[in-house]
Design a protein around this ligand. Sequence first.
Ligand code: 9PG
Length: 682
Amino acid sequence: MSGPRSVGDQWSSAVDLVATPGPAGWDILGGDGRIALRRAVPSVRYRVDGTSHTWTPAGFDVGDAQLVASGGPDGLTLRATLEADGAGPSLTVSCENAGPVPVTLERLTVLSVDEPRIGTEPGRWSTYRNGFQSWSGTRTLRATDRDADIPTEFLRRSTTDARHRSPTAPGHVRSDMVSAIEDLDSGCALGMGFLTTARMFGYVELDPRDGTRRLSAWCDADDVVLAPGESSTSERLGLVARSGLGAGSAALEEVTAWTGRVMDARLDGGHPGGWCSWYYYFHRVTESDVMVNLGVLAEDGRDGPRFGCSYVMVDDGYQRGIGDWLRTNPTFPSGMASVASSIRGAGFDAGIWLAPFIVAHDSPVAVEHPDWLLRHPGGRPVVALLNPAWGPRRLLALDTTNPEVVAHLEEVARTISVDWGYRILKLDFVFAAALEGRRVGGGTRAEALRAGLAAIRSGAGDDAFLLGCGSPLGPAIGLVDAMRIGADVTPSWTSGAMQIVQRRLHGLSTEHAIRNILTRAFMDGRLWDNDPDCLMVRADDTRLTIDEVRTLATAIGMTDGMAVLSDRLDRLPADRAAMVERTRALTGGRFTAIDLFEEDIPTLLVSRHADHVDVARCNLSSDERTATIEFDELGMDVADGTYEEWWTGTPVDVASNRVVFDAVPAHGTRLCRIPRAAVSPR
Ligand code: 9PG
């Protein structure tokens, strides 16, 4: 089963998976028994009269690609359906309430299987754990690792999934939307992902507690009430399997591409490069700051050789208040339509930031339309977050199922995009639309989020480039052109708050941003354009060392998402400006984080191009270290010779298929470009 290891192609090979219905559930088998999910069953969790029940049918009537269990408790019927029209089998489950009383649906479990076989050695499994939204930490966890979560529910609202705490028992992993489990011993991997993501949040969970390893995939039905005669269907789960070098990554790529096809992902955005005001000026940005940078960019031209920018983004700071997007601060005296027209006059697309689903408690929208707010069951408005940068204000979430809110969002987006002329909209704090609460239109959190984004899309038009930020992932597919896939970069590597409150995993820091850039790289070009967040190359007004900047630049360039600058360009020293060009010269390849399933933050990176291969090794420790690249691990042979290190220009010798970099500084990276002619597959 070990596949071709050609450097230009996939390293791993596909493993055929076949699902067969039987009276005890699905048997999903592949790879001559190396993948075996036997008696995988659907189930439902629901409430009647406030008491929660789980019904896992003991047996099924077997139909053509179907399992049916009728006459369940409280008159429920479960119907599981198999489709085999994609990269592998895919399954859904629906639950019908054939009983006399309403039933509150908690979860639809598409499959649950005890002791699945994936390769040979469960003790050597590594599981991909995707986070809920842009800023949620994403990594792999080994059989004895413990996942981490933020300690308070309030902080989780704005960073992870407030409704579901991360499990923290050793080896217990719950991944949002997509996961893969790789057996590091045999190089066999199973990928599981939700192919439809518009209606319910989906989770893949590996739970080794109670001595039985249980793998399940379930959808959160968000307590939707099923009246007698009604039914509800889960999202569709796809399964794929791979074997060989990079099997786990390939499984993630394959199932994610499948999701992108089913969800009609918007993939024509073309990875625009840009400039963003936030990471130098923050909320103090003024119109003249934007014009100074626009002047520098205009000399370079649109998609110019130095900066490669096609848009200029005015981030947070222009608006009168949060929720008050159409009135402008005095610091932008010409008004936002005029600013857009200056940007466009210089040859660039105009971009602007807004947080459409939150309003400050003292904003006109909140004061004039209290009925537009998402509320707790008791009636209090839901506070999405507090942000000291915006003063002592409660930031409240809008109820995007309210038709008046939808009309308001459409109007805001239409004014900004069509009337003012901003084609690129950065939609921030998007999670607020998906918080738990009482909604006039009922439905799930995922549906509410999608309704909000759909309103923005409808107002801004099909031509607008929508960039989601702080956004739950699944329901945004097909509506946004780009997605922030990690936390904010900061002008420092990390901070004490990030290490303690955010458990060294979630929240804003350059270290956390780099982790997600590398661990979510495979989403780019499959679900949307990845926005890795901004490159900062400046030497002043930052605590990032040059080595930290190089590591950030390597991650941004090699993963080939968007490349957005956020320095004060008129004060950028020439050697630092040159790093932008150097970063852009790393784009355009086919990226793999070789040790994605082995490390918390990957350190061995490869990007394959038509005429060369870029290989990098990061030293993410806080000490100087020797760093080695064994080309065997990349499945390739490199001819002995002297090459040049990308960032320092120093010569590096490849001998015996390895290269050793001495004294790599803390948080530093060494990168080597090897011509195709010197590379042969092993
Ligand atoms: C503007 C910024 C930038 C940035 C976004 C987002 O929890 N918080 O208080 C919090 C504040 C800022 C933040 C994320 C979280 O950053 O990611 O690019 O647009 O807003 O305010």
